[in-house]
Design a protein around this ligand. Structure first.
Ligand SMILES: *[C@@H]1O[C@H](CO)[C@@H](O)[C@H](O)[C@H]1NC(C)=O
Ligand SMILES: *[C@@H]1O[C@H](CO)[C@@H](O)[C@H](O)[C@H]1NC(C)=O
Ligand SMILES: *[C@@H]1O[C@H](CO)[C@@H](O)[C@H](O)[C@H]1NC(C)=O
Length: 494
């Protein structure tokens, strides 16, 4: 049944006669590469971790853009947790060294600055980024023409990685206060606004169903067909550094987490937790006290210090198909219900085939849990975000959130104006559809769209992924806190 559609376009939006300044971009999940690599973290016992380490850059979602004149196409990871666009130089150490590629994976797409007539060096050796898992890249800051969907940004400042332990560049769409440069510069989202592609520094992210290989990032707008019920707006929380409040990440306050099965609902948090919405992180990380309560409820086995996974009985998927993990942000704020099949991942059997040695477990049908324990730093990653429709508005320092309407192939795009995220109502209920999902649906508005290919290393099996994107965190989370210190001054997430 197709839900009836009650669409509310709202005050604060330019009249429909005015062309909307929005830019939809399709994003896609990479496919498991299933190839072995030397062990990055040699202390680890199982060869399984080699495979996962090799997947460090395979988490997350990719978009294809082009850089330079003439245009060179590159495929980059989309990341709400960092703020620089950076690309791999074709001469980067990683791309030139088989030994390094054995550790970090083959370079995906690269950029040859010598072939671009619009290339310019902005800050030699000024680019140096590190992520919380200890990976990073460095080189010059350059400027060149950057094209995404139908938009062209002239002289965009970007990192050009000459050294890298990541085999793909990134599109960081976070706050400019979080750029890796010594001095804040105008980053992609700033330039989108400055060059009048969009009216405010904002975008909506629709990752879609775990089974779907594509989602959409819509710069400057919201799509009311992609969510259910009211879009609710909450404030981004600042961080405090040396007594100063700074906005540098998409941090919001989680006030409730209930696990609900029919009439039975149980709360798992006792106090508010500030969590960062981070599309570059595959799993969800909550405080140990909260996570352990959930592990106990499911008789899950926390082997995050060993193989990197939390094991859970897959039977919950068949015995409790209606169970949901309900995340609430404020008493009257957004509620996102994550269905059990987005939180319990049936990926372990494939890992066992790749050589994973399971610990002793008192169940045979083994799955992994998309939620793990971490202290000091809490992230809602893709296992949460796939069930949510999230609007990130840097200009108004707010987040809009609603339950995602999965597999939606329809589109009704509303521009985000200078008065902030519009109050809007989506569809009435989950549109059940057997249509193959499509992320590229901006055509109804006449706005520029782009058809984005999957990861270039993918050899044409689009949409038939059976293994959810393995979590690089699963392998590296135990090392995360150690690297945290080593990585030094700047703290980035992805
Ligand atoms: C969450 O669980 C508690 C019991 O632990 C219950 O009292 C409360 O009503 C639940 N909240 C929701 C929104 O279901
Ligand atoms: C992992 O090791 C086992 C033997 O311990 C071997 O059979 C398997 O092929 C290895 N897997 C990989 C991916 O290297
Ligand atoms: C979305 O589509 C996929 C197949 O492409 C299907 O497996 C999944 O169940 C669908 N989700 C919903 C909520 O209808």
């Amino acid at each position: 049944m197709r839900a009836s559609l009650s669409l509310v376009a709202v005050a604060g939006i330019a009249t429909s006669a005015v062309a909307q300044r929005v830019l939809p971009v399709s994003i896609s999940k990479p496919h498991a590469r299933g190839k072995t690599a030397a062990n990055t973290f040699s202390k680890r016992a199982s060869n399984f971790t080699q495979v996962i380490d090799n997947e460090i850059t395979a988490g997350g979602y990719y978009a294809t853009v082009s850089v330079g004149t003439p245009a060179q196409e590159v495929t980059l990871i989309l990341d709400t947790g960092s703020s620089d666009v950076w690309i791999l130089d074709s001469e980067a150490d990683l791309c030139q060294s088989e030994r390094l590629q054995a550790y970090y994976g083959d370079c995906l797409t690269t950029y040859d600055h010598t072939a671009s007539s619009t290339y310019d060096v902005v800050d030699p050796d000024g680019f140096d980024i590190s992520y919380v898992d200890g990976s990073g890249s460095s080189g010059d800051y350059i400027a060149d023409t950057f094209r995404i969907a139908g938009a062209t940004i002239k002289a965009l400042q970007m990192g050009l990685a000459a050294q890298s332990t990541i085999n793909s560049g990134l599109i960081g769409v976070g706050f400019d206060t979080n750029v890796a440069a010594e001095r804040v510069y105008s980053n992609l989202i700033d330039e989108f606004m400055a060059q009048d592609v969009i009216a405010t520094k904002s975008y909506s992210l629709y990752l879609n169903d775990l089974e779907s290989s594509t989602g959409t990032i819509l710069f400057g707008g919201i799509d009311t067909k992609k969510f259910i019920g009211d879009l609710k707006v909450i404030k981004i929380q600042p961080e405090t550094y040396g007594g100063q409040q700074i906005y540098s990440s998409f941090s919001v306050t989680l006030t409730n987490l209930n696990i609900t099965d029919g009439d039975n609902s149980k709360s798992y948090i006792t106090q508010d937790i500030d969590v960062v919405l981070d599309s570059g992180t595959t799993l969800t990380y909550l405080p140990t006290t909260v996570a352990e309560r959930i592990f106990a409820a499911f008789n899950a086995y926390d082997d995050s210090q060993g193989t990197g996974l939390v094991y859970i009985n897959c039977d919950y998927l068949t015995n409790k198909p209606d169970m949901t993990f309900d995340f609430r942000f404020g008493a009257s704020g957004p509620l996102v219900r994550v269905p059990i099949d987005e939180m319990i991942l049936d990926n372990v059997k494939a890992y066992v085939e790749l050589g994973l040695q399971l610990p002793d477990l008192d169940f045979d049908n083994v799955c992994s849990l998309g939620l793990q324990a971490l202290d000091d730093y809490y992230l809602l990653g893709d296992t949460f975000l796939r069930s949510a429709y999230v609007v990130y508005d840097i200009s108004s320092l707010s987040i809009g959130m609603a339950q995602a309407n999965l597999n939606s192939t329809e589109s009704n795009i509303v521009e985000i104006g200078t008065s902030g995220i519009p109050s809007a109502t989506g569809v009435d209920s989950q549109t059940s559809t057997s249509d193959s999902p499509s992320g590229t649906d901006g055509t109804s508005t006449g706005n520029p769209t782009v058809t984005v290919t999957t990861d270039p290393s993918d050899t044409g099996s689009a949409g038939v992924r059976t293994i959810p994107p393995p979590s690089w965190e699963a392998a590296s989370v135990t090392l995360m806190m150690a690297f945290f210190c080593l990585a030094g001054a700047t703290l980035f997430t992805w």
